[in-house]
Design a protein around this ligand. Sequence first.
Ligand code: ZN
Length: 141
Amino acid sequence: MKPTHIEHIGIAVNSIAEAIPFYEKVLGLKCYNIEEVADQRVRTAFFMIGQTKIELLESTDPEGPIGKFIEKRGEGIHHIAYAVESIEERLREAEEAGIRLIDAAPRRGAEGLSIAFLHPKSTFGVLTELCEDRERDNNKQ
Ligand code: ZN
């Protein structure tokens, strides 16, 4: 797949308002975007560190994926996202390699990225996200 970098690390929290001061005051990062992704029933807060983001995920619905995750496992690391190019081809490669896909086709995630998840049963317990920043890639050309 040759990911170029870790695009972000997704961290499930009960409350982004309560978690932001740790990232800003203790780690000294700056929250540059808060965005609700209705589709995934989450509110997200982003911090940049090098080329990588920290994505805090607060559930907006106890029945949503983050609500269920926190209920089962508590707050903590939820997923790792790799930046890739040509995400449809990468998904096809993963499927050919026998990896179980959560998303057979990419969908729109926070910050306008095209995203797709691989199932943690196929990835040694880590929910794995592929991300493609098409706008940035188009701007490069
Ligand atoms: Zn993510």
